[in-house]
Design a protein around this ligand. Structure first.
Ligand code: 5GP
Length: 120
């Protein structure tokens, strides 16, 4: 599959510092920031700094260092956000996944029961 990365997407602009964000954690390979429309008391987006469209793109093409850096950021967010009670991690991809922003991101949501996995 060809993954066509659009460098004008909103998260690319956040990574370039063109749009402000509420940063929770950052390392060499990943940035974590609060979702602008939170759907839970904790709603953080973790994104790689590299140009990956979706989870399957990142899993296939990102280097071991990028993948380790990304998951180190996930661990830091979970540790820092106090989600000992649990959380939900979601990554929407492409049209069927109803992905709004075409830069791979993992939603980390918690701070309350997240309910059934799917509403429909
Ligand atoms: P998706 O549907 O692509 O999985 O989710 C994209 C998420 O990005 C949504 O939850 C939306 O609220 C969030 N989002 C969209 N634009 C911005 C923005 O400019 N800043 C932040 N922090 N979040 C955004």
């Amino acid at each position: 599959m060809d993954f066509d990365y659009d460098d004008q997407n909103i998260f690319a602009k956040i990574l370039r510092g063109e749009i402000p964000n509420d940063t929770v954690f950052e390392n060499a390979h990943a940035l974590a920031f609060r979702d602008i429309r939170p759907q839970a008391p904790v709603h953080v987006l973790v994104i790689p700094k590299g140009p990956y469209v979706s989870l399957d793109h990142f899993a296939r093409d990102a280097s071991a260092e990028e993948q380790a850096g990304f998951f180190a950021a996930v661990a830091a967010v979970c540790e820092g956000e106090g989600v000992e009670g649990g959380f939900r991690a979601i990554s929407n991809a492409r049209a069927d996944g109803v992905q709004e922003v075409p830069h791979f991101h993992l939603h980390i949501m918690g701070g309350r029961s997240m309910g059934p996995m799917l509403a429909n």
